[in-house]
Design a protein. Structure first.
Length: 180
């Protein structure tokens, strides 16, 4: 009889522990952060206008919105093409394999085969480039090449520059500048 009571107590203890484990997994599942997009769009063509004038056009095969995440962002996982149009109608294009726009910091991360081509023949290429929208400033720690319409070029690792390409800060570079 004593063995039987011990055996029953042992079984009850196991059942109790399994029950607790099951409840623990349920609680963990409830509090686990769900990282799912709040929206998705395919083949987008967004136009930003100001006072009736188109200032930029964003095109991408896919957009995924994570606006309810702790640090909200919008991802363009299948290439992005941005056309910037100035007051004179001049166009500058920015292309990348992927882009992520972070809402809180207002920083855009351009990733893979990044290329900026201005209307006046300037071309910058790198593998990753960040754009600080608030300060209108580009920067990277990656290798880059920059070519001007007159044949001048710069290459190196690490650069930051103004949106209009008028101010450059470079960390480690070499190149050839014509017409000084």
């Amino acid at each position: 009889m004593r063995k039987r009571v011990g055996y029953i107590a042992f079984l009850l203890a196991i059942l109790f522990l399994q029950s607790c484990e099951s409840n623990l997994k349920d609680v963990q599942r409830i509090y686990k952060t769900s990282f799912v997009p709040t929206g998705e769009a395919d083949s987008i063509n967004l136009k930003y206008t100001d006072s009736g004038r188109v200032k930029s056009i964003l095109q991408s095969l896919k957009m995924v919105d994570y606006s309810t995440a702790k640090n909200p962002f919008v991802e363009f996982p299948k290439a992005v093409l941005v056309t910037l149009i100035d007051a004179n109608g001049n166009k500058t294009t920015v292309v990348a394999d992927k882009a992520i726009s972070y809402k809180k910091t207002e920083v855009i991360d351009l990733i893979g085969n990044v290329k900026i081509q201005t209307f006046d023949g300037k071309v910058l290429q790198t593998n990753q480039l960040y754009f600080d929208q608030k300060n209108e400033w580009f920067f990277t720690e990656e290798a880059f090449t920059f070519k001007d319409a007159d044949g001048s070029y710069l290459q190196g690792i690490g650069i930051d520059f103004s949106k209009d390409f008028k101010i450059f800060n470079m960390q480690n570079n070499n190149g050839e500048v014509n017409n000084m």
